[in-house]
Design a protein around this ligand. Structure first.
Ligand code: ADP
Ligand code: MG
Length: 346
């Protein structure tokens, strides 16, 4: 890690020096930001309802620095939080970023991480308004809190689905998971022989889906323009199967989805085959795509059906039913939450 780059010890700057260094590049976008970094608390002035969500990322659990560039990690850390605000149908506007780092990390490494954070802030029009900085005995952790705004009538919970609602998903699924498989494979090849160059050729799309995901703020806008408020929504961080079950269970209903309607990129499909995995299983269980899964009333079918980035994959069924997948061959399978459980041994 960082072998060839210049190295400035963080101990040379001290905590305050580091914070000053980190925060001097912040640009603010929103009139709601009365006070950003620099005092004991930030001050905001939201006119609508406030959405708040927090995500923690721990080295060795959520990310692996052997193949994750720090700039990408910074970017992704912001994106996963913005995605949670999208899943409520809201607009993310502010974040706080707290990091824990050891003396393994140089100032240049922290700068790399923050260049990714600030790039995402620029792209998603987010104001970075605070955080905290701590040392750790070895690993790195990141905790980000995001705040967003929403008109009360537009809020979309997980539990609002109704029988016969259409189930929709944005983009394509399973790619981030296959990207991770490639990175893990190359890591183990490297471990057994560091002289071998990683073989990542032709895998750009799935690697980017894993290392540099995007939040679907664009889809929230599309729905808003169509004047569609989904009845339920969730972002796909743990895998389609587990997110579907969250919506169904919390709404007290069942669902059915169709294998032939599930959106998969050809490269995801090919790579799953290469790894001797079933593409549909990868698509159902692979996490970290950060697409949106939502339900809408049937009356919106005409408005939604020709939107390229949205697939209608099934519908909600009656109370106390379970979740089912109808395979390409027409068989009915029960869906289990093979989500991406971070406590599972895998
Ligand atoms: P306190 O002693 O009140 O915790 P700090 O000295 O930790 O204050 O922080 C000073 C200012 O810098 C605060 O506005 C805080 O939100 C901000 N800050 C601290 N660490 C970070 C960080 N890692 N990223 C962004 N802002 C930070
Ligand atoms: Mg502090």
């Amino acid at each position: 890690m960082f072998e060839n780059s210049e190295r400035t010890e963080i101990s040379k700057l001290g905590e305050f020096g580091l914070i000053k260094h980190i925060t001097q590049k912040i640009k603010l976008n929103h009139p709601e930001t009365i006070k950003g970094v620099g005092d004991d608390a930030a001050v905001l002035n939201y006119k609508k309802h406030t959405l708040i969500s927090t995500d923690m990322l721990v080295e060795g659990i959520h990310f692996d620095l052997t193949y994750t560039p720090l700039k990408h990690l910074g970017y992704k850390s912001v994106v996963v939080n913005v995605s949670d605000i999208c899943a409520m149908n809201g607009i993310a506007k502010h974040i706080t970023v707290s990091i824990g780092i050891s003396n393994r990390f140089s100032l240049e490494a922290v700068e790399e991480f923050y260049s990714g954070v600030l790039l995402a802030c620029e792209k998603y029009k987010i104001d970075l308004i605070g955080g905290d900085t701590s040392s750790t005995p070895g690993g790195m952790f990141i905790s980000i809190t995001v705040l967003g705004e929403i008109e009360p009538t537009q809020i979309t919970y997980r539990n609002g689905a109704n029988e016969n609602d259409l189930i929709c998903v944005t983009g394509d699924l399973g790619a981030a998971y296959m990207g991770l498989q490639i990175l893990e494979r190359e890591k183990s090849v490297y471990k057994s022989n560091p002289a071998i160059q990683p073989d990542l050729e032709g895998k750009d799309y799935i690697l980017e889906r894993q290392l540099k995901p995007e939040a679907r703020t664009d889809m929230v806008q599309v729905l808003s323009k169509l004047k569609i408020v989904p009845t339920a929504m969730i972002d796909i961080s743990d895998g389609l199967a587990s997110e579907l079950m969250h919506i169904a269970e919390q709404s007290g209903l069942g669902c059915v989805i169709y294998e032939d309607k599930l959106p998969i990129d050809p490269l995801t499909y090919e790579t799953a085959r290469e790894f001797k995995l079933d593409p549909t299983t990868c698509l159902l269980s692979g996490g970290e795509d950060y697409e949106l899964l939502f339900t809408i009333q049937q009356k919106h079918f005409e408005a939604i059906k020709n939107i390229k980035e949205i697939s209608i994959i099934g519908h909600i069924t009656e109370a106390n039913d379970t979740c089912h997948l109808i395979s390409k061959g027409g068989q009915k399978h029960k869906i289990t939450a093979q989500g991406w459980n971070s406590f599972a041994n895998n």
